[in-house]
Ligand binder design. Structure first.
Ligand SMILES: *Cc1c(COP(=O)(O)O)cnc(C)c1O
Length: 354
């Protein structure tokens, strides 16, 4: 069998949830499991995160699946309903739904007579994607408070730059002004705000990436927060090539050896979710030692430099990301974020649960 696997460390997932709790003591935790739990497997993640107070996701079919499998805590559809026809399933499965626009507000009018939904009113405080603007928020809230199909309302917003120097101040102030005197539960914080902005921890926090052991910040590694990697993408060296100066490697001959060098050919490519745009120099581990990719990433293979690893050869283990090789570092080298690498894990990669 092809030696590429993704190992999911469920204990690390549970550990990272405890890290969330140490930062946001007192807040309830809505663990975000959208996009197949950031590529980690929805059911597997839900099991490992059993101590969370609820789960947040985008896909209603996934939420229904969790409920029908017996998940009993809060399940939040973070973008609410996309179509009127989803309302019945949301009510039947007691899903909490975000309402971010007038159209979604109107969908509630068609709720079955006995339906009582838990609603999160999303306020646009500066992200400018989803949510009611300040001028419309009051009217939307008044409608929800008196709507026959609404059991409870939580106020919600989402930060655009909690991971950057700009921070949350302006959005936090706008939200606080809208939420003042409403005596409703609130939810604001994503991973970055959980780690850097304690004032945002009321009443529910919504961690995503930190649960999976990665850092939301470009300037601070996950280990600094005591987070453990959950997904390890690992493979082996299939073959070794001895290059002479001037020889090239892989498609497009984008890498040309300046001197004689040894190249390891790794069973992993873009059809596995490894980014094709990762340039020469992207870090990886071979037999526990750090080296770099060389040449273009292909569909099923990529190449790495073994010149400084004289003992390394065919059959040696490779870590593309995970334990010992932070996905954040690989992502940075490839000009993206760890979120994208984790979510892109391809269905053909066998997953091993640990
Ligand atoms: C994805 C998402 C989160 C989690 O964000 P992270 O940066 O992964 O912590 C929180 N809230 C909402 C609404 C989301 O869509």
């Amino acid at each position: 069998m092809r030696p590429l696997t993704a190992t999911i460390d469920s204990a690390a997932l549970a550990h990272n949830l405890r890290v969330v709790r140490t930062h946001a003591a007192g807040a309830r935790v809505l663990a975000v499991v959208k996009a197949n739990a950031y590529g980690h497997g929805l059911e597997r993640a839900a099991r490992a995160l059993a101590d969370a107070d609820g789960l947040g996701l985008i896909e209603i079919d996934s939420a229904v699946r969790l409920r029908e499998a017996g998940y009993a805590k809060r399940l939040v559809l973070l973008e609410g309903l996309f179509e009127q026809s989803e309302l019945a399933a949301a009510a039947r499965c007691d899903l909490s739904i975000v309402v971010h626009c007038e159209e979604q507000l109107r969908m509630l009018d068609a709720a079955p007579a006995n339906a009582r939904l838990d609603v999160l009113l999303k306020l646009n405080t500066g992200m400018n994607r989803l949510g009611f603007a300040a001028a419309q928020a009051g009217a939307a809230l008044a409608q929800l408070r008196t709507h026959r199909a609404v059991r409870a309302v939580t106020l919600m917003t989402h930060f655009a730059a909690a991971d950057e120097a700009r921070g949350v101040t302006s959005q936090f102030e706008s939200f606080s002004a809208l939420a003042a005197n409403q005596e409703l539960p609130r939810t604001l914080a994503n991973s970055a705000a959980i780690l850097r902005y304690p004032q945002t921890h009321v009443d529910w926090v919504r961690p995503g990436i930190m649960l999976y052991g990665c850092s939301p910040f470009a300037d601070a590694p996950a280990v600094q927060f005591g987070l453990k990697p959950v997904m390890t993408l690992a493979s082996r060296i299939l073959a070794v090539q001895e290059l002479k100066a001037g020889d090239s490697v892989g498609y497009g001959s984008t890498f040309i050896a300046a001197t004689a060098m040894r190249i390891g050919v790794v069973a992993c490519g873009y059809a596995d979710g490894y980014p094709r745009h990762a340039p020469t120099g992207t870090p990886l581990l071979v037999a526990g030692q750090r080296t770099r990719t060389v040449g273009r990433v292909a569909m099923d293979l990529l190449c790495c430099d073994l010149s400084a690893l004289s003992a390394a050869g065919a059959g040696d283990p490779v870590v593309l990301w995970g334990e010992g090789m932070p996905a954040d570092e690989v992502a940075a080298a490839a000009g993206t974020v760890s979120y994208e690498l984790l979510c892109a894990l391809a269905p053909r990669v066998p997953v091993i649960e640990r």
